[in-house]
Every structure is written in C-alpha cells, then in structure tokens.
Write a protein that binds this ligand. Structure first.
Ligand SMILES: [Zn+2]
Length: 153
C-alpha cells in the first residue's frame, strides 16, 4: 500500500517545528501571521493536518473534521512525538534526498558539484561531493559532519 505522505499546516509560533518537519521530508506550510479562518481553510482545502496550541482553534477545527494535533510541548522533538502519537510519522530521517527546504518548504534537487563551486566554502568542497538545491529559493544544502544539513546562500 502506498500511503500518501502526511502534510501539515503549522500555526504561528511554531516556525521551528515546521522547519524540523520539512527536514524530515514533510510538506509543511507555515505562516508567521495568519488568522484562524485562513489557516482552517488551508487545512480543509488541502487536507493538511493542522498543528496548533490554540484551544479554541482546535475545537473549531475538529468540529469541521479537520485533522488536528494540539501541540503543548516546548521542545521540537517532543512536539514531533506529540504528532506521532496521533499520526504515525514513521522513521524520521534527514537526508538531502528526503528533506525539504527548511526555509521555504521547497523540494530539494541534487545539483552537480561543478555548478556550485563558487557558492560553497572551499573547506566544504574538499570534503563533500553531494549537494542539493532548493527548487524555490535556490539555497544550497549538503550533509555536514556536525550538522546534518547545512545551508549556504
Ligand atoms: Zn527553499
């Protein structure tokens, strides 16, 4: 069975959670400033799981049969676990081939090393052979030793 991958819309205040979900490869919309009607409409229209800590919004959302997870924890990994209790996220891995751009939710595509030599620090070029670029914002990513996914303008 080929299940559709979960997709999310993340309420204001949870930008870091949205970034983490994108790194795990989940299509996650985030708006720093959005009103309840609008975010509900997006969740409904695009069949996205709404992530919010707003009790009133959770009530409205569930009444409209929108998939909803109330986020209560502060730490992003604990928030991921809160989601996982309700919707199975499966194995969460961060790799260039799976992740989405944490900044804009765009898909990452592999890019040839010789196309980005002028845009990446020399030290990185020496140690790294695989690079990805975001189809939207064109940021460049690679898998670093300390940070899993690094970015460069
Ligand atoms: Zn991007």
């Amino acid at each position: 069975m080929n299940e559709r991958k979960l997709v999310f819309v993340v309420d204001a205040m949870y930008g870091n959670l949205a970034k983490k979900l994108r790194l795990f490869g989940y299509d996650s919309l985030y708006y720093a400033d959005i009103d309840d009607d609008k975010i509900l409409q997006i969740a409904r229209d695009e069949d996205r799981i709404l992530l919010t800590n707003d009790v009133a919004l959770v009530k409205r959302s569930l009444k409209q049969n929108v998939k909803t997870v109330q986020i209560t924890k502060k730490d992003e990994l604990e928030q991921i676990l809160e989601i996982n209790q309700k919707y199975n996220l499966g194995k969460c891995v961060v790799t260039g081939n799976n992740s989405r751009c944490p900044l804009c939710n765009g898909m990452l595509h592999k890019i040839q090393k010789d196309l980005i030599v002028t845009q990446v620090p020399e030290g990185v070029l020496k140690q790294t052979n695989e690079f990805w670029t975001c189809e939207n914002c064109k940021k460049i990513y690679w898998e670093g030793t300390h940070q899993i996914l690094m970015e460069k303008n």
